[in-house]
Design a protein around this ligand. Structure first.
Ligand SMILES: *[C@@H]1O[C@H](CO)[C@@H](O)[C@H](O)[C@H]1NC(C)=O
Ligand SMILES: *[C@@H]1O[C@H](CO)[C@@H](O)[C@H](O)[C@H]1NC(C)=O
Ligand SMILES: *[C@@H]1O[C@H](CO)[C@@H](O)[C@H](O)[C@H]1NC(C)=O
Ligand SMILES: *[C@@H]1O[C@H](CO)[C@@H](O)[C@H](O)[C@H]1NC(C)=O
Ligand SMILES: *[C@@H]1O[C@H](CO)[C@@H](O)[C@H](O)[C@H]1NC(C)=O
Ligand SMILES: *[C@@H]1O[C@H](CO)[C@@H](O)[C@H](O)[C@H]1NC(C)=O
Ligand SMILES: *[C@@H]1O[C@H](CO)[C@@H](O)[C@H](O)[C@H]1NC(C)=O
Ligand SMILES: *[C@@H]1O[C@H](CO)[C@@H](O)[C@H](O)[C@H]1NC(C)=O
Ligand SMILES: *[C@@H]1O[C@H](CO)[C@@H](O)[C@H](O)[C@H]1NC(C)=O
Ligand SMILES: *[C@@H]1O[C@H](CO)[C@@H](O)[C@H](O)[C@H]1NC(C)=O
Length: 486
């Protein structure tokens, strides 16, 4: 390969169209522009690293503010003075090399190593932003869409690889002018079940709900003017050979991308040509409440609450510390009003159903169960505190269309999305007394408001409430609760 590069070094012809062929390397100052004009491939200098440091990348050709969507050499910049170039070898490899003569080094390469090297490959920059290396018979040998950096473009696939935590991830830049891999990443955790995560290092920052089996979700609709809007379709695809997620945008939509910023947000950005700026149409986490575990154990973020999503305790739970909770400190979470006493002990024990939820993290997936089987699985295991069931209805690569999730211990990072969201689940939660949560819901909520307002008078309020319940004929509310309250 070094021989190839040496010879090509004497033929630094400028590439001017949408493709790269062997013998015509791309050098700084020249670009390859996709047929259609949306994207350009070339060398760029990220602002703060100084003009001496160059990276090979793909950016929006028509956007005046340099917006890079893919970078080949993230960690190893090259300098303009050492004659860097991108070549396509006749063994179908893209090679970014730096230095002249015998000093040259390979900075980055695709390592396709096509078996047959007699044919002449081409590298084409598609108008989707995908750089594709093709053999003459049209077979795709390598594509940049398979190697995302910090940006997901419409049509790009993120593979779902079962049983691995090291699936494909978007990894943020280190800073505004530094494309080196930063602290934040976004991807799908397949270890248990498809859930998307935004991580800071190994710490989760945001978690999406476990997949409920939807294939296309178009929750994301953004009004961009009185006459136009952008609809973003998120799809989970299994084409028989592989599973992946991808997104597309409605026809005629603005240039749209999904990016993990170096500040730690996943953003959907669209180019607003009239203001000549990127409009952030959506960002995650959108408010602190949905950040991973923000509402503490057994608390949940009610995203349907207006005007702002707020932390609440799951039905049958109260704040572990009322003082902290009313002061906006939720990390202690919530505790049971009444502890569970074994599996079946106590009349009125059972599962309350909470529709429209984003179930907690830390579940165990039980294979091949019907809804009834899933309920039985949880019911008979005394350490099981909750379950959620979904019929995935579409094919999965494992051939099991059921999704039975069970939880033991504390429920962390639960949310409420509203029952209309296709990503929501019904969470079945085990309670010592079902009537606490379900039967007396309205009254119980009224008491919760009173608790918030009065704070220190908790015990008094509770006893008045209990007396009222007793008076109204609900004898199951025996004095055991009052004893507990004291
Ligand atoms: C690198 O040098 C070439 C030739 O001097 C120049 O045309 C080009 O603009 C420079 N590229 C960058 C990215 O600085
Ligand atoms: C080649 O690189 C060496 C060191 O990197 C430099 O001293 C020399 O001037 C370069 N030669 C040319 C022709 O650019
Ligand atoms: C590949 O390219 C190099 C340099 O252009 C040439 O010497 C070599 O013969 C080529 N190999 C084949 C199999 O065509
Ligand atoms: C196309 O070419 C590649 C290598 O250049 C080869 O591996 C593949 O089998 C070819 N496909 C067909 C359908 O000929
Ligand atoms: C990334 O993490 C390192 C080490 O934890 C920290 O020093 C740095 O400030 C972080 N950078 C950003 C942009 O948060
Ligand atoms: C699955 O893979 C086989 C062999 O690689 C290929 O022929 C077939 O077209 C693929 N199926 C789909 C739906 O992509
Ligand atoms: C796009 O820019 C125009 C002009 O500045 C502005 O009125 C409009 O609100 C912007 N739209 C979005 C969605 O940012
Ligand atoms: C699933 O369970 C049913 C009955 O419970 C059984 O007949 C079937 O073989 C199981 N399928 C798998 C893939 O384990
Ligand atoms: C899942 O849904 C499909 C189609 O709605 C149905 O045929 C199948 O019986 C369901 N499976 C289970 C386990 O509920
Ligand atoms: C009960 O659930 C716990 C936690 O999920 C699990 O470790 C244990 O094996 C289960 N026991 C039985 C008998 O299924």
């Amino acid at each position: 390969m070094s021989v190839t590069v040496l010879i090509l070094a004497f033929l630094p012809l400028r590439a001017s169209d949408d493709r790269l062929v062997p013998g015509k390397p791309l050098v700084p100052g020249a670009t390859i522009v996709s047929d259609g004009g949306d994207f350009a491939l070339g060398f760029f200098a990220p602002s703060s690293s100084g003009p001496a440091n160059l990276h090979l990348g793909i950016w929006y050709n028509g956007v005046p503010e340099l917006t890079v969507v893919w970078v080949a050499n993230r960690e190893t910049p090259v300098t303009n003075s050492t004659t860097p170039k991108l070549s396509l070898t006749n063994t179908s490899d893209l090679v970014l090399s730096d230095g002249n003569g015998s000093d040259h080094i390979v900075v980055w390469t695709t390592r396709v190593k096509a078996a047959s090297s007699s044919s002449s490959p081409t590298a084409v920059l598609m108008n989707t932003g995908n750089l594709v290396v093709r053999s003459p018979n049209g077979t795709t040998l390598w594509q940049s869409f398979d190697h995302p950096t910090d940006t997901l473009l419409p049509g790009m696939k993120m593979a779902l690889k079962h049983g691995t935590r090291d699936g494909e991830r978007l990894v943020s830049w280190k800073g505004a002018g530094n494309p080196s891999p930063g602290n934040f990443s976004y991807g799908t955790d397949m270890d248990t079940f498809p859930q998307v995560f935004l991580w800071e290092g190994t710490r989760p920052v945001y978690r999406g709900p476990p997949w409920t089996g939807y294939r296309v979700k178009s929750d994301y609709q953004y009004q961009t003017s009185s006459t136009s809007s952008i609809i973003i379709y998120l799809a989970v695809v299994n084409d028989g050979n592989q599973s992946y997620t991808t997104f597309t945008v409605s026809d005629g939509a603005w240039l749209t991308r999904c990016v993990v910023t170096y500040t730690g947000e996943l953003q959907i950005q669209s180019w607003n040509a009239s203001s000549s700026a990127w409009a952030v149409l959506g960002k995650w986490p959108p408010y602190p409440c949905v950040s991973y575990g923000y509402c503490g154990p057994n608390g949940y973020c009610d995203e349907t609450a207006r005007p702002l999503p707020t932390c609440k305790c799951l039905d049958g739970f109260v704040p572990a510390s009322t003082r902290d909770w009313t002061g906006g400190r939720f990390s202690e979470g919530c505790r049971r009003k009444e502890p569970l006493r074994g599996c079946t002990a106590g009349a009125g024990a059972g599962f309350v159903s909470l529709p429209g939820m984003k179930p907690a993290d830390g579940f165990v997936l039980v294979a091949n169960r019907t809804l009834e089987g899933c309920a039985a699985e949880c019911d008979r295991n005394c350490s099981c505190v909750a379950y959620a069931y979904a019929n995935l209805s579409s094919a999965t690569s494992r051939g099991d269309m059921t999704r039975c999730l069970v939880w033991a211990g504390e429920l962390v990072d639960t949310g409420k999305l509203g029952a209309s969201s296709p990503a929501s689940d019904t969470l079945y939660l085990r309670l010592a007394r079902l009537d606490v949560a379900a039967g007396k819901k309205t009254k119980h909520n009224a008491v919760r408001i009173a608790l918030t307002a009065i704070g220190s008078s908790v015990v008094i309020i509770m006893c008045i409430f209990l007396a009222w319940l007793k008076f109204s004929g609900n004898t199951r509310w025996s004095t055991s609760c009052c004893q507990k309250a004291k």
